[in-house]
Each structure stands twice: as structure tokens, then as C-alpha cells.
Design a binder for this molecule. Structure first.
Ligand SMILES: [Zn+2]
Ligand SMILES: [Zn+2]
Length: 261
């Protein structure tokens, strides 16, 4: 049984519930650990992330909750750092490294905001090629976030042929490059909860590759409201076991720890 969730958003960035409401909901669900991960500030797109000067307030609020839940539920103060965002990593218990933009002709094109906005920037073949090339340059982090976020709007397969040799080769090359870092990958149910996908990130063929190469995974919900906490964890745990994973990993105040699956 999975008893921790390590990718959670709140009203500190683009979530619907306050940190306290999220902690209460997680505790009621029976979780034993909860990791908050506000979006780090990105100066070119400030609407969804921590405000420029809000980081100290965020850290103070999570520290207050750490004390409030001491002995009942472990609370961690993490950050989801966009690869183009600003963040002092040393302030946080752990960092999820994510890519939400493709840098394209000097602009930052959002990958996950809308299909329309994405397609305005070019053809999907060029965009996913750039996405995966740039993903290899992800700054150092403790967990690699939603590896194939570029497939968010591709549930029907109309944007990207995820079975094509070309797509598989490009995604696999990026995966192999990141696997060399020895950092765990997220298995993230956020797009399922929000109705975009029926399967978690990353796609099964990528999870199989992670497993085959001895890589590690962390189960996360990327919840933006209380109802999304630990959502679809049983399904993800079953999928991970079917693929051959024997354990999952979790951040803690003392680094990554292994948990039974
Ligand atoms: Zn993200
Ligand atoms: Zn997130």
C-alpha cells in the first residue's frame, strides 16, 4: 500500500486548496507522508507559479504544517522547479525537475496549457524533437517530473504517433540520457485526474525501459485540489508491479528512501 504523495500544488501557486486543507485531506486519506511542491517562479509566465517574493511565505507555511502534523504525518517542503524557472534548491527538502515549455525561436512555448497554443508554435514532430532534446539539459534534481508531458493532449493519438519508430527513438534517447543520472522518475497520475489521459506519465514503453535499466520510480498525483491527492495510486502500483518494479522510492528529509510496492 502506498502511503505517501510527493507532488502537490496549493493556493501558493495554481492549486485550488490551501496547504492546510491539502494536509487535512491527505491525513484523512490515511497518508503517512505528504510532499508539497509549489511551482518555482518563472519570470516569463508568472500566472501559475510562486510569485517572485512568495517563496519565504510558502516555506514558512509548510514549516508550520510540519510542526502541526509532527508525529502524525511527515510533511516535506519540496519545489517543482521548471527547467527555466528560478529557484534556490538549498531551501527545499527535495526538487522535482520538470519541463513545461519548449524553447522555440526565442520564445517559451507552454507544453501543457492548451493544444491550440502548442500547435501555433509548429508541427508536433519538430516540437517533440525539441522537447526531448531540451529535456536532456534538465538542471540537477531529485525526481524527474512527468517525463513525457508533451503527450498530454495526445490521448486519441491525433497529435503524435507514439507507436512510430521515430517518436520511440527520440523519447528513448532522452530517457537513456536521464537514466544515466541515477535519479528516479515520477509515475504521475495528474493528467488522468484532470481528464486528459487514461494512463499515467510516462507511457508504458518508457516505464518498461526504466525498469529494464534498473531505474527507479516515485508515485505522485500532481494534485491541484484535495480530491486529486493519491488519485489512481492503486492502478499505478499495479501497473508498476506488472512491469516488474519491486519497489517505489520516496523523498524524505534524509534523501530518497525505498518503499515496498
Ligand atoms: Zn509540472
Ligand atoms: Zn506539478
Amino acid at each position: 500500500m502506498i502511503t505517501g504523495d510527493y507532488h502537490i500544488h496549493t493556493t501558493c501557486c495554481d492549486g485550488k486548496n490551501t496547504p492546510e486543507q491539502m494536509a487535512r485531506a491527505a491525513y484523512r486519506l490515511g497518508l503517512r507522508s505528504l510532499g508539497f511542491t509549489a511551482h518555482s517562479h518563472t519570470s516569463f509566465d508568472s500566472g501559475y507559479c510562486l510569485a517572485y517574493d512568495a517563496t519565504p511565505r510558502y516555506i514558512a507555511e509548510i514549516s508550520r504544517l510540519k510542526k502541526l502534523y509532527s508525529g502524525k504525518m511527515e510533511i516535506l517542503c519540496g519545489i517543482e522547479q521548471d527547467m527555466y524557472g528560478e529557484c534556490d534548491r538549498t531551501l527545499f527538502d527535495y526538487v522535482i525537475g520538470s519541463k513545461h515549455y519548449i524553447k522555440c525561436s526565442g520564445k517559451y512555448v507552454p507544453v501543457d496549457k492548451s493544444q491550440k497554443e502548442l500547435l501555433k508554435a509548429g508541427c508536433m514532430r519538430d516540437l517533440y524533437t525539441l522537447y526531448y532534446e531540451q529535456l536532456c539539459e534538465l538542471p540537477p534534481c531529485d525526481i524527474i517530473g512527468h517525463f513525457d508531458l508533451i503527450t498530454k493532449f495526445n490521448e486519441t493519438g491525433s497529435l503524435i504517433n507514439e507507436q512510430s519508430k521515430r517518436y520511440i527513438a527520440i523519447a528513448t534517447d532522452a530517457l537513456d540520457a536521464l537514466l544515466l543520472r541515477g535519479v528516479p522518475f515520477e509515475m504521475n497520475s495528474g493528467a488522468i485526474t484532470r481528464g486528459y489521459r487514461t494512463t499515467p506519465y510516462p507511457a508504458r514503453f518508457l516505464l518498461e525501459r526504466i525498469c529494464e535499466k534498473g531505474g527507479r520510480i516515485v508515485l505522485t498525483s500532481d494534485a491541484h485540489s484535495a480530491g486529486g491527492i493519491a488519485a489512481h495510486f492503486e492502478m499505478m502500483a499495479k501497473l508498476a508491479r506488472d512491469i516488474g518494479f519491486k519497489s517505489v522510492w520516496a523523498p524524505s528529509e534524509n534523501g530518497m528512501v525505498e518503499k515496498p510496492l
